[in-house]
Design a protein around this ligand. Structure first.
Ligand code: ZN
Length: 290
C-alpha cells in the first residue's frame, strides 16, 4: 500500500511539475491561469446589489456602480429591445495590477473590458476618469447583453458593429470628447474609419481612409479610438433610425448565434458597406446644401 501511495504521490508531483512547466513555457496559459485566479466573481459582492463584485478598497466605487447599474441596465434593455439573458456581473477594481490581470489584456490602460460576459472596470473610472463611469459602464453592459445571449462558440460580429452599438446605446460611452457633429464632419472631410474585420482593441491598427489630423490635446491612440468609436456609433444610430424593425431583427439573429453578414443583409436588404457609403454620401450632400 505505501508503495501505491508513493506512486500516486509521484504521479501527483509529476503532474504538478508538468503543469508548472506548461505555465512557464506558454504565456497564454500563464495569462489564462492569472485570469482565472483574478476572476471578479471570487471578490465580495456588494450588499443589495449582488452582481457588483469589488476589491475591498474599491467599496465606494462599487457603491457608485450599484447606484448607476439599474438605470444603465434599463437603458441597454430599451435600446437592445430585450432583457438581459442573465443578471449582468460587474467587477470593480482598486488595484490597476489586479485589474490588468483580470481583464485578460494585461493592460491597465484600458478603462473597461467585457470578458466572458463580465464587465471589468478600471480603478481610473473612480478616480481620474470618474466623469466617464456611467457612460463606460453602460457601454460595457451593451457588450454583456449581446454576449449573454450568444451561444458559446458562435461567430463574433465585427467589432466596428459591437463598438458602434455600445457607443450608440450608451449615448457616447467610450467616445467621450468627440461629438456626433465632429464625427460627421470628419466623415465629410474623408477621415472615415474603415469598417472591416480588424480588432478594435488595437487602436494603432484602426484604418482610416485618410489619416485624421493630429489633435495636440489628446494622445494619438485616444484620438483614433474615440473618433472611430463615434463614427461607428453614428452609423449604428443611423441604421436604427432608418429601420428599427430591421435593427432589432439583426440583434435577434446575432443573439441566436448567426453570422453577421447574412444576418445584416437579411434584416436591411443590403450590405453594411454599401449602407455605410450611403451615410457618407448623405452627410456630404448635406454639407453641399449648407
Ligand atoms: Zn466596447
Amino acid at each position: 500500500m505505501p508503495h501505491i501511495m508513493a506512486k500516486a504521490w509521484g504521479l501527483g508531483l509529476a503532474f504538478i511539475a508538468a503543469a508548472a512547466l506548461a505555465l512557464a513555457l506558454r504565456p497564454d496559459l500563464r495569462l489564462a491561469a492569472r485570469v482565472a485566479w483574478n476572476d471578479p466573481r471570487l471578490l465580495p459582492a456588494f450588499v443589495g446589489a449582488t452582481r457588483v463584485h469589488y476589491e475591498p478598497e474599491a467599496r465606494a466605487c462599487a457603491q457608485a456602480v450599484a447606484e448607476i447599474a439599474p438605470r444603465a441596465i434599463a437603458q441597454i434593455e430599451t435600446v437592445h429591445g430585450r432583457a438581459f439573458a442573465q443578471p449582468p456581473i460587474v467587477g470593480v477594481y482598486a488595484s490597476f495590477e489586479n485589474y490588468a490581470s483580470a481583464n485578460a489584456m494585461d493592460d491597465p490602460g484600458i478603462a473597461a473590458v467585457t470578458r466572458a460576459g463580465i464587465a471589468l472596470l478600471s480603478p481610473t473610472l473612480c478616480s481620474d476618469e470618474r466623469d466617464r463611469l456611467e457612460g463606460v459602464l453602460t457601454h460595457e453592459l451593451s457588450h454583456v447583453h449581446l454576449s449573454g445571449w450568444r451561444p458559446f462558440g458562435a461567430p463574433h460580429p465585427p467589432q466596428w458593429f459591437t463598438e458602434g452599438l455600445a457607443v450608440m446605446a450608451s449615448n457616447g460611452g467610450g467616445a467621450e470628447g468627440i461629438s456626433d457633429e465632429e464625427a460627421a464632419r470628419a466623415i465629410r472631410d474623408g477621415y472615415r474609419v474603415v469598417l472591416d474585420g480588424r480588432r478594435w482593441i488595437d487602436f494603432a491598427a484602426l484604418g482610416f481612409e485618410r489619416e485624421p489630423p493630429r489633435d495636440p490635446t489628446r494622445s494619438a491612440l485616444t484620438q483614433r479610438q474615440r473618433l472611430a468609436y463615434r463614427q461607428a456609433g453614428l452609423f449604428v444610430a443611423w441604421l436604427r433610425r432608418r429601420n428599427e424593425t430591421a435593427f432589432l431583427h439583426l440583434l435577434r439573429a446575432l443573439e441566436a448565434g448567426e453570422a453577421f453578414e447574412p444576418s445584416f443583409k437579411n434584416a436591411f436588404g443590403d450590405d453594411a458597406q454599401r449602407l455605410w457609403r450611403r451615410l457618407n454620401s448623405d452627410l456630404s450632400d448635406r454639407s453641399d446644401a449648407n
